[in-house]
Design a binder for this molecule. Structure first.
Ligand code: PMP
Length: 397
């Protein structure tokens, strides 16, 4: 027998499987609303102008050396300013430990490993539904679920969430999405975030924010950062995983940042050194190019303005497609309530379609999406929205 004859194939990735099936379909009207990456109104991937300009400036740079273990310091400095705000006390006080990570996923994983090493008995609570289970599972942190999404309203299960936060053992870790929760597109309101923050204080819970969509959700980086600011201003020592995949369109560059607010500058130096120590035997140090692009954009007022404009264009296109999808469903006379399509925010619409309805969408209408009914609004265009609405209407009658 071979060395690996006992190895059976891993289950297929549900999202990548959707794309494969889409590519294999030859129907002219086929629609891919499975993929979690931005597309323009022609259905094409986009490279932002600010990124093109930053690349032009970087091109010819003599620097191709390794970055330090914690990544580019210039990059992390600008990333945390974006997350916490230029004037944040925690930045002035030098209380934030930050390292460059392999995008948002890498930030979460690095934090999970850190949690396991320095709070070995702690639990992590993950929202239902989520895309994050496997990260903490592989880091061998015990996880539990907390209520988040209410299928009846297709909105937030706020009372369920608050109850679960209350009933969790004091000092638990909670994974929160800073904005544009994936896969539901459902976020707490500002008032609700304030209440959640207060209850976290009473319970002594630890908030870890996964922020994969700052600016991409509402079009405004400050607004999308409000949850973080609320918790920070309430004095929580939060951690935050940032991704520049969506908001700068840098998906494959794998550029992200993990930051941890500490109680003193000394603590932050220690935490940073330990995060680096965890990264070292895994990948030694993170990649250079994406960090150079992001720090070039964020450190230049003109490029940063251009980025703000471009990220808003992406957000606005998605918001307008939500309106168009809902409008068309209503125009077709659907008896169902589609308000959640426009209430939800960010890349995804958690449509409420059942697995059977999704299967019909794919089989009869060549519309591809994950079986949980998650529609990537980034795949919706003025050219296909009527077709999509009609297909959704037909299977949900
Ligand atoms: N967090 C959330 C909420 C996401 O939606 C995603 C992307 N699907 C990620 C993290 C990870 O993205 P990346 O690793 O590409 O930054």
């Amino acid at each position: 027998a071979g060395w690996w004859s006992h190895v059976t194939p891993a289950p297929r990735d549900p999202i990548l499987g959707v794309t494969e099936a889409f590519l294999a379909d030859t129907h002219p009207s086929k629609v891919n609303v499975g993929v979690g990456a931005y597309r323009n109104d022609k259905g094409k991937p986009v490279v932002l102008q600010c990124v093109r300009e930053a690349e032009r400036r970087i091109a010819g740079s003599k620097f191709m050396e390794y970055l330090p273990m914690g990544g580019s310091v210039k990059f992390t400095e600008f990333a945390i300013r974006l997350a916490y705000g230029d004037e944040a006390d925690v930045l002035n006080d030098k209380r934030v430990a930050s390292v460059q990570t392999l995008s948002g996923t890498g930030a979460c994983r690095l934090f999970a490993d850190f949690q396991k090493r320095f709070k070995p008995e702690s639990l992590v609570y993950i929202p239902i539904p989520t895309c994050h289970h496997n990260i903490w599972r592989d880091a061998r942190v015990e996880s539990r679920l907390f209520r988040y999404y209410d299928p009846a309203t297709k909105g937030l299960d706020f009372s369920g969430l608050m109850e679960d936060v209350k009933n969790a053992p004091s000092g638990s870790f909670f994974l929160l999405h800073a904005c544009a929760h994936n896969p539901t597109g459902v976020d707490p309101s500002e008032e609700q975030w304030k209440e959640i923050s207060q209850l976290f204080k009473e319970k002594g819970h630890f908030p870890l924010f996964d922020m994969a969509y700052q600016g991409f959700a509402s079009g405004d980086t400050e607004k999308d950062g409000q949850a973080i600011r609320i918790f920070m201003n309430d004095g929580h020592q939060i951690a935050c995983g940032q991704s520049f995949a969506k908001n700068m369109g840098l998906y494959g560059q794998r550029v992200g940042c993990l930051s941890v607010i500490c109680s003193t500058p000394q603590e932050s130096v220690a935490v940073k050194s330990q995060l680096q120590q965890i990264a070292r035997p895994m990948y030694s140090n993170p990649p250079l190019h994406g960090a150079e692009i992001v720090s070039t954009i964020l450190s230049d007022p003109e490029l940063k303005d251009l980025w703000h404009k471009e990220v808003k264009e992406m957000a606005d296109r998605i918001i307008s497609m939500r309106e168009a999808l809902r409008f068309n469903l209503e125009k077709l006379g659907s008896k169902l309530n589609w308000q959640h399509v426009t209430d939800q925010i960010g890349m995804f619409c958690y449509s409420g379609l059942t697995e059977e309805q999704v299967d019909r969408l794919t089989r009869e209408f060549h519309v591809y999406l994950t079986r949980n009914g998650r529609i990537s609004m980034a795949g919706v265009t003025t050219g296909n929205v009527e077709y999509l609405a009609n297909a959704v209407h037909e299977v949900s009658k």
